[in-house]
Design a protein. Structure first.
Length: 434
């Protein structure tokens, strides 16, 4: 028998590098009230007079953040790009490319002081952020204007040593890199104009430079999965190790053409929710299991009906008919200063589903050239929009389809008017972005 000390785990090694969840104990007073710690209240956007929603689900009570506290900001530096990827929605646009004026960006930065709950700022949109000539100055300006973390999503092709050093010295907190392939063959085919080896070396060079300069930098991988590259996921761990990533975000392809719809891997998943609420549908709860030759077939069989499958009281199915952008307190500023509530409504574009075309019209709640961001965010129209989308009482266009309402996002059969979100694939957890 082995000595227990020989097999005793290293407690230090078991601790995560950073806490993944927070546990606090709060007291209930004689009137049934509880008081949350100040830092947790701030995280939730719990300012005086704010409303926090409590959700009872799966034997737990969850506290959802204040919908009306801005906590995450996306800024689109430019809609232009140096690549022509086959998965890019930009290829179907009619609008001209543009870049944010420095004067407009400075105005936006000056207004961030009015948002005390702002946690992160993402420089991203439908273009390549590093394509903007002032991108390094933008990062530096944001870091001086707010305590929020600053992130960038990039295709990595312009991330040479000069650019990497500039971003690191400006204070960039996180770099998201779009790979869409773990091999040269698949990557170069999908991301036309890019080169797998070049992007890999650029990211590795920035990671090494961050270490040499003692600049903390987190790296994430953004991966659009489809029929042509699904097998590349088998090698994703090698890519993770090669770039030093701590997060990987995988999304389905957004079907802006009929060909892209044929590449989708989620059409069955989109219809599963129609069966989830049927009377008598049993709930199945699994324990932790080894995944091997003995268990893979039975587990695969259960996963086909994943909408009622749980892993030790945790639902395996993703949330549907729910807007992450609204729940996360997010807003988007387009390159020209127009403010949209989400990525899906940032630009006019076309999508396809079940072979049917749907024209998405952009929706704006204000323009920074004429108003302040605070005026736009606190307007009655934006407040009411957030409340409406939270309820998500829209016709499920993503599963029914076939009628004239599906052709546009301007009206649905429930009587909702522009913009209607029932056909939004972000809201069905099919499309996701960093």
């Amino acid at each position: 028998m082995r000595n227990p000390d020989e097999v005793k785990p290293d407690q230090k090694g078991l601790k995560p590098a950073s806490p993944t969840r927070l546990k606090v104990e709060v007291k209930v007073d004689e009137f049934g009230r509880i008081q949350l710690p100040a830092d947790l209240l701030s995280y939730l956007g719990g300012e005086a007079g704010a409303s926090l929603r409590l959700v009872q689900e799966n034997g737990q009570v969850l506290i959802e953040p204040n919908l009306h506290a801005l906590r995450r900001l996306y800024i689109e530096p430019t809609s232009g790009c140096n690549l022509k990827c086959q998965t890019c929605i930009r290829l179907t646009w009619n609008e001209p490319f543009g870049a944010m004026r420095w004067e407009l960006f400075e105005k936006l930065c000056a207004e961030l002081k009015f948002f005390p709950h702002l946690q992160s700022i993402m420089l991203a949109g439908f273009g390549e952020p590093l394509f903007h000539p002032d991108i390094v100055r933008m990062v530096e300006k944001l870091k001086n204007a707010t305590s929020a973390s600053v992130e960038i999503t990039t295709n990595g092709t312009l991330l040479d040593e000069f650019m990497a050093k500039g971003l690191l010295e400006a204070g960039l907190d996180r770099l998201w890199v779009s790979f869409d392939g773990t091999s040269e063959t698949s990557f170069n085919d999908i991301r036309q104009g890019a080169n797998f080896r070049l992007v890999l070396e650029n990211v590795q060079g920035m990671r090494d430079l961050a270490t040499a300069l003692d600049k903390p930098l987190a790296i994430g991988i953004s991966f659009v999965v489809m029929r042509d590259n699904i097998n590349d996921l088998k090698n994703i761990e090698e890519l993770i190790q090669a770039v030093g990533a701590d997060r990987v975000l995988i999304s389905n392809v957004l079907p802006y053409t009929e060909e892209m719809e044929r590449q989708m891997l989620c059409l069955l998943a989109l219809t599963c929710e129609t069966m989830a609420g049927l009377p008598g549908k049993p709930r199945i709860s699994l324990p932790r299991l080894d995944i091997n030759y003995l268990t893979k077939e039975p587990i695969y069989h259960l996963l086909k009906g994943y909408e009622n499958l749980f892993l030790v009281n945790n639902a395996i199915s993703a949330p549907t008919r729910s807007c992450r952008f609204i729940k996360d307190g997010t807003t988007f500023v387009r390159w020209d200063g127009k403010v949209a509530p989400c990525m899906a409504l940032l630009h006019d574009h076309i999508t396809y589903l079940y072979g049917l075309e749907r024209k998405i019209k952009a929706y704006f709640l204000g323009d920074l050239n004429q108003q302040s961001l605070n005026e736009i965010w606190t307007s009655q129209e934006y407040h009411d929009f957030r409340e409406k989308v939270y309820q998500f009482d829209y016709s499920p266009c993503h599963i029914c389809g076939g009628c004239s309402y599906l052709e546009k996002n301007e009206e649905d059969c429930f009587g909702n008017t522009f913009p209607v979100c029932g056909g939004c694939l972000w809201a069905q957890s099919v499309i996701q972005c960093p």
